[in-house]
Design a protein around this ligand. Sequence first.
Ligand SMILES: NC(=O)c1ccc[n+]([C@@H]2O[C@H](COP(=O)([O-])OP(=O)(O)OC[C@H]3O[C@@H](n4cnc5c(N)ncnc54)[C@H](OP(=O)(O)O)[C@@H]3O)[C@@H](O)[C@H]2O)c1
Length: 375
Amino acid sequence: MQKVIILGSTGSIGCNAIKVIRSLGHLKIVGIAAFKQHRRLADQIKEIKPRMVGIIDRNQYKALKAAGTRVPICVGEEGVGEMIERLDADILICAFASALGIHGIIKGIEKRMRICLATKEILVSFGDILMKKVKQYKAQLFPIDSEHSAIFQCLEGRHRKHVKAIILTASGGPFFKRSLKNVTKADVLKHPVWNMGKKITVDSATMMNKGLEVIEAHHLFDMPPDKIRVVIHPEALCHSLVEFIDASILAQFSYPDMRLPIQYALTAPQRRSSCIKHLNVSSIKSLHFFPPNLKKFPCLQYAYEALTIGKSMPAVLNAANAACVEMFLKGRISFREIPRIIYKTMALHSPCKGTIEDYRAAEAWAKQTVRRITC
Ligand SMILES: NC(=O)c1ccc[n+]([C@@H]2O[C@H](COP(=O)([O-])OP(=O)(O)OC[C@H]3O[C@@H](n4cnc5c(N)ncnc54)[C@H](OP(=O)(O)O)[C@@H]3O)[C@@H](O)[C@H]2O)c1
């Protein structure tokens, strides 16, 4: 049986990954980690019986311990790295909601684990460094994001020189056809297609999620920004497309269900039957594709700009966005202020190339700058 560690087990992707692993039957979860929800983690420990657990927030250690768990608990980001080091697992599912965990993933790459990556923020902030490690260790990195899973499948066995462009689809979010005037938190958190964590749901509403995915695609598929396009596809049945130099376009279709890309990240290039509903093609009445409105959703444009500038700018975009999303969710800024503050933060940054710690410092600077701009 292959052994699996899940970072972010208490989240939307983490919980779906647990379901998929159960249905596949040939994998065993040996390690799980969360950020701070100790009760949820304690329930998962009882249910899954892992060999080790990790919790990032040190303040929650005692509460987790008090819940009666006898499983060894690793604390903080270093603790998660230690868990990866000690467990000797085969597969690492990365589904934290932020770029925390980068050192753990690098450890997983060095141990030649199969890396199944949902956390796009890791590639946005540290893409150059991570992909260099992947190449150095000839590691297997499989995307979980549905769009990147689709592109990965369309590219399988094909030569990159034959690719003209990759085309990421976006559902358009809750405001595709609605004005952005007087938008409430409840409006933002009501995604028309996907049921996801709060951060990515807000990112979908601003279209920053697609911007982060453009940067993710650049690193995963080694594509320059001008060969990565975005189209709005409200039906969310086509999960992305690849255009080839001979004018052919390949696409991947399915009902929107994150269990499918999670399963493929775990089994690729093999395919296993699943409990996911099969798409009845004859039931599709129409499919629509529209260009994105960059004026209404400038975050997408800012992500292209950050990618083109490179160095520490994508990390600044990522951290400024995370800080804005947090402030929006706490009711401190309005929805329309999010892109304005990100833009101001990027304009104040002098990008530099560096190490993980340098990019982390740029992230910390961006978060501070957002706080300064908003107070
Ligand atoms: N949900 C989707 O359908 C979907 C699709 C594609 C890609 N993704 C990507 O997958 C990742 C996880 O998304 P999600 O929707 O599963 O998120 P989520 O439901 O909010 O869960 C996030 C997980 O990360 C932990 N977490 C919370 N705050 C964190 C922080 N500041 N830093 C690190 N970890 C934190 C949570 O722990 P606690 O429970 O202890 O707070 C939880 O285990 C994101 O990068 C997202 O962009 C998600």
